[in-house]
Write a protein that binds this ligand. Structure first.
Ligand SMILES: NC(=O)c1ccc[n+]([C@@H]2O[C@H](COP(=O)([O-])OP(=O)(O)OC[C@H]3O[C@@H](n4cnc5c(N)ncnc54)[C@H](OP(=O)(O)O)[C@@H]3O)[C@@H](O)[C@H]2O)c1
Length: 291
């Protein structure tokens, strides 16, 4: 039995799909308020709970052999990014789990002080490595699926909002490829007790994204490109009324202000370990947008 947290998320639901396509038994940890009927139809066992409740985590881990931690919670790094994962690791040990896959983030080890979510993930990585469990830590770059709503907006308007440096580099990863890698990690020998960077096959500049949209929809993109200090101004103002929300924006700012890409060697390593070819952003978008 696999336990998947964040099973209704962009990545988590693809992990559940991939497991069910392989006829594997899956327990999907979901909130009552989430949209989980697709997972149920695919034959996943639905576990209703809240990752902020230790008791729910303990129950969800019963009888499980594999755990894939794929939940988010950007607004609450302490409770969801950190605490919930520590609890999952402790309960996994108790339950004799054979392999724990943790979805971290590229650049997690660069010590960004202003990014609570990065700090939480780094601490969880350390805790998992020291736990004695078999593990795979995946450090992905940005997900291609995040761009689907932006592409739909672009289809309507031809406009793309790009905050900060247009030339900063990224290697957006196909969320489907990442899901396959997460699932494969429990059985592929080369992934055992490894930390793997996961990115798409191309190192893109951020300005390439609207260009790709433009190619797909046959439209010259209009790029609106405010500098990063506009976000800083907004953040300072927000801090006066909601300091917690302002602090949580630190992760977002860190993402905008830095480069997150994999080297060709890292991508090649990944393709060798998992015996697959990573999909380009353009191919991913065309597949989903039907163009
Ligand atoms: N998106 C990216 O570009 C990116 C890049 C690198 C790493 N990552 C990491 O990859 C993982 C998956 O990201 P994603 O974009 O797929 O996430 P997402 O779409 O934002 O989904 C987050 C998931 O966590 C669940 N969740 C949040 N709070 C919860 C709670 N209290 N109890 C139970 N479930 C809760 C959500 O459930 P609901 O449906 O109920 O809200 C949802 O299923 C995250 O760890 C993220 O940090 C993401």
């Amino acid at each position: 039995m696999f336990l998947v947290t964040g099973a209704t998320g962009g990545l988590g639901r693809r992990i559940v799909r991939s497991l069910r396509e392989r006829q594997m038994p899956v327990r999907a940890f979901v909130r009552l308020t989430s949209r989980y009927s697709e997972l149920e139809h695919r034959g996943a066992e639905i576990f209703i709970g809240d990752l902020q409740q230790d008791k729910d985590i303990e129950k969800a881990c019963r009888g499980v052999q594999y755990i894939i931690s794929a939940h988010g919670g950007e607004g609450n790094a302490q409770a969801l990014g950190y605490r919930a994962n520590i609890e999952l690791i402790d309960r996994a040990k108790e339950a004799g789990v054979q392999h724990f896959v943790f979805i971290s983030v590229l650049g997690v080890d660069r010590g960004y002080e202003d990014a609570p979510s990065f700090k939480a993930k780094r601490e969880v990585e350390k805790y998992l490595i020291a736990s004695g469990l078999n593990y795979t830590i995946l450090r992905p770059s940005g997900f291609a699926s995040n761009l689907l709503p932006l592409a739909e907006q672009f289809r309507e308007t031809g406009i793309y909002l790009l905050i900060g440096d247009r030339q900063s580099r990224t290697s957006i990863v196909s969320t489907d490829d990442l899901a396959q890698i997460a699932v494969g990690s429990v059985s592929v020998e080369g992934a055992k007790n490894q930390i793997l960077s996961v990115g798409g096959p191309d190192v893109l500049q951020r300005q390439d994204i609207p260009r790709i949209f433009g190619r797909i929809f046959n439209t010259e993109p209009i790029i609106i490109n405010p500098p990063l200090f506009v976000l800083d101004g907004f953040r300072s103002a927000l801090g006066l009324v909601n300091p917690k929300a302002s602090k949580a924006l630190g992760t977002f700012r860190t993402l905008l202000d830095n480069e997150f890409f994999c080297t060709p060697q890292e991508v090649e390593n990944l393709e060798t370990i998992f015996g697959m070819k990573m999909e380009s952003l353009e191919s991913f978008l065309r597949r989903y947008l039907g163009v």
